[in-house]
Design a protein around this ligand. Sequence first.
Ligand SMILES: *Cc1c(COP(=O)(O)O)cnc(C)c1O
Length: 401
Amino acid sequence: MAELTTTLIHHPYQPPAGFGAPQPGVFKASTVFFPNVAAMRQFEWKDKSAYTYGLHGTPTTYTLEERLCTLEGGAQCLLVPSGLAAIATVCLALLRRGDEVLIPDNAYGPSKALAEGELAHWGITHRYFDPMDPADLAAKLSPATKLVWLEAAGSVTLEFPDLCAQVRLCRAAKVLCALDNTWGAGLAFQPFDLQPGQLPTLSVDISIHALTKYPSGGGDVLMGSVITTHERLHMQLKLCHMRLGLGVAANDAESVLRALPSLALRYRSHDETARTLAHWCQQRNEFAQVLHPALPQSPGHVHWRALCGDALGAAAGLFSVIFKPDVNQARVDAFCDALQLFKIGYSWGGPMSLVMPYQLETMRSSWPVYLQPGILVRFSTGLESAADLQADLQQALQHIA
Ligand SMILES: *Cc1c(COP(=O)(O)O)cnc(C)c1O
């Protein structure tokens, strides 16, 4: 008879199989047991037919990966510790010294910092293109171009590019294109079927998603995904991901699994509130421009309509305003400080509404022709009542008078 310490570790009890409940279990592991040495030599994690090590997958992460593939219409998924790590993984897996990556000028800021910092150090060059002018992308594609990033809509300025035209240019140049699909979240449009009903299907090669935002839904998880439809491309990304030692914590994966069933409902609610407030802002005289792809005057509205359905198509809970040029930074800051329900903070997708003033001139190669001059403030709508949020905006606007 073994001693108690040993028995508590090697306990004989096995719970009955067949436990069913609304949420899948959380499997936490670095070590994974093999039934015997032959199995250890045979088990394969790359095709998810077995388990070999916590970093290579658990029932929890395999389940989340499969559900995210369904969400975005992809076939394979990798989980990484943040949205930015998803962008970095794609760049590291696909780019070598001497290669060039093209990035839209309105791209998520840290993606540009990655190119200007790490990629440049490794001899990988980058160029920024005008997201609203396919001719500019066409002109910048060269034999050195190995990857093109796309983003719809821009996450601060909310302009909606002609994504189909951009993908067609990449196809014609035989260059891989990766979409930052965080705004669309797999709900506003299908990244791997951009022209439903038309053949051949127009599709991006890779979709990355900051699960930190809507899929997490809580403002309390950092995670990203890299989704593909081509097995060979997936393997190239997966081996890089494995060699870099990237993985996610089981409890974080569980948080996202728990939030996924309400994703579409939450997205619709964020969307409705953002549209209500964007329309309201358009009636006010403090703003030179209101940016939201569903507003007919917003840059790229026609492309949003074409891709996301019609006027009733989906959009995320983001909109930005550009204050009239006579409203200076101090007054804009006072407006942001005066907001009570909108908290000052980065990111989006959680239950609380957020506000952030941006210094656009420091973020873009040049001031876009389609944007009015003035200070830009971005709002991310949470799940609060739209009427309460509107009242909050109204009281805070008194501070710019
Ligand atoms: C937030 C965000 C990211 C990065 O996600 P993190 O998990 O914060 O690293 C990437 N792209 C877009 C468009 C985002 O909004």
